[in-house]
Each structure stands twice: as C-alpha cells, then as structure tokens.
Design a protein around this ligand. Sequence first.
Ligand SMILES: [Zn+2]
Length: 159
Amino acid sequence: MTDEQADLVTWARNTARRNNQIVTETVDQVQQGMPGRAPERERITAARHVHNHAGDVLADAVLDARGAGETWHEIGVTMEMGTAEDGTPPGPQAFEWSLGRTKLTSAYWTCRTCENVVADDGPYEANPAMVEHGHTRDCSRAARDAEQYRQMLAEAGMD
Ligand SMILES: [Zn+2]
C-alpha cells in the first residue's frame, strides 16, 4: 500500500467515525426533545426520525441527480446497488427504490437544462422520448438523448 492509499484509508475511517458520531449526537438531541418515561423506546423513535429524514435527503438527491442528467444506472451504482439476486440491475433497483418513497408510478424531477418538471417512467425502454415526458420542445438535453438513441439504432442497423 502506498502512502497515498494509506492516507485515503485513514481519511475514510476518520470520516466514517465522525459521521457515526454526528448521527449518534443527532439521535441524542432528538431524544432529549421527546417527553416520556421510556428512554429506550424514545431512542428507537428518535433514531427512526433521523433515519427517515436521511431517506428523504437521499430521495431528493436521487431526483436532483436525474434532473442533472445522471442515468438510473449511474445512480444505482452510486447507491452501491449491485445486480440483485433475481438479476435486477442497479438502474431499475434505483428507480423502484425512488418510486417506493413516493408511491407514485413515475419519478418526477426538474430538468436542469430546460427547467421543466419531467415525469420519468424508468430505465425499461431505450427510447428517451417514450420515457421522459415534459421536456420543452427546444430542450437541448432531450435533443441530445434523442440523437444518441438514433445513433444507437443506426449502429445496430435498426433505423
Ligand atoms: Zn429538459
């Protein structure tokens, strides 16, 4: 292991320790604000509040990443979702996770290119025009994605 790699391992360990401490302190603070006589159960409730809030932050971050142009696959990989036991790849897993947070049938995010709200039907269909509904007519991101799809069909001899 090089010095740089050792530094990175030390940095990661210290960061994890610090994050753990922040979460524990946050749970303690939430717990202190809760009236009641069963501190053990209050700790569970306080930890659930913190956990749910972190889930909300993650859900917002996922939708913002889609708005910025990240694919569901890239998001799933970043969320450390490997291929599931049933063979589901990271992209559909990330999409299903996102839908599970909202109980909606599409994921809604704001396109950072055209600023419109887009309804996203998930990574099951290759043609972006069939998946992302709501980009403006002149959205350059939608145009670029459509062009990439046309090129992919042309390379596969399917145009
Ligand atoms: Zn757009």
